[in-house]
Write a protein that binds this ligand. Structure first.
Ligand code: PGA
Length: 249
């Protein structure tokens, strides 16, 4: 069976006081979740705080991005090795906000993916189409291009150490969730695309859905055959809501 994961993506939210309250509330709420892994991806400055609070508590943590380079004169950037120093298990790469707002191309995302793997962490590779791309009928082309760039850089076998997240851009932070059937169709497409390269890797690849997942719609999404969990933005900032989503998985 594929492993199951719910990962929170806090984005650029939180401070020392609010993080402490959120993380401390999550610990008892998630204690009963044993069949799925739960994780929070926090802003870089709070990785140390998160490690200190979550270590040994059965909840994983990670970063929301990494630099594609290992070290050197890259002012303001943070490497995969640096986040690994804080006990991270995961690092998100290719989130649509990084692609759209910070210019991460498919090639850069592929390098970031490789950088995360190199330090032994699990990349959570985000892919997804905009509304315009969906409506103009190029959705599958866009997603295939995003997945293929990573395979071209790292090889299909590398996906055996990764998690994918399908996040339709039009569903992120909009309150508009893809229907379970819409999401399932794309998840099956992604798995099929990977299977063309490596069936075994495709079968074992956890594919998360992200985009306005809430406690009220999580169970229907997670019931679909190719949906192995969720990447949760807004709802991951509320302990009870995030815990309910983890329990739904
Ligand atoms: P959302 O964000 O749950 O707030 O829509 C999801 C994401 O961006 O990962």
């Amino acid at each position: 069976m594929r492993s199951k994961l719910v990962a929170g993506n806090w984005k650029m939210n939180g401070n020392l006081a609010s993080n402490q309250a959120l993380l401390k509330s999550l610990i008892p709420l998630l204690a009963s979740v044993t069949r799925a892994r739960c994780a929070v991806c926090v802003p870089y400055p709070y990785l140390a705080q998160t490690e200190q609070i979550l270590r040994g508590q059965g909840i994983s943590w990670g970063a929301q991005d990494v630099c594609e380079y290992e070290h050197g004169a890259y002012t303001g950037s943070v490497s995969a090795g640096m986040v690994a120093d804080f006990g991270c298990r995961f690092a998100i790469v290719g989130h649509s906000e990084r692609r759209a707002l910070f210019g991460d191309t498919d090639a850069v995302v592929a390098k970031k993916f490789a950088a995360v793997l190199k330090v032994g962490l699990t990349p959570i590779l985000c892919v997804g189409e905009t509304l315009a791309e969906r409506e103009s009928g190029v959705m599958e082309q866009v997603i295939a291009r995003q997945v293929d760039a990573v395979i071209a850089q790292s090889g299909a076998a590398a996906l055996g150490q990764a998690v994918l997240a399908y996040e339709p851009v039009w569903a992120i932070g909009t309150g508009k969730t893809a229907t379970p059937e819409q999401a399932q169709a794309v998840h099956a497409f992604i798995r099929g695309r990977v299977a063309e390269q490596d069936i075994r890797v495709a079968d074992g690849l956890p594919i998360l859905y992200g985009g306005s997942v809430k406690a009220s719609n999580a169970a229907q999404l997670f019931a679909m055959a190719d949906i192995d969990g969720g990447l949760i933005g807004g709802a991951s900032l509320v302990a009870e809501e995030f815990a309910a989503i983890c329990k739904a998985l």
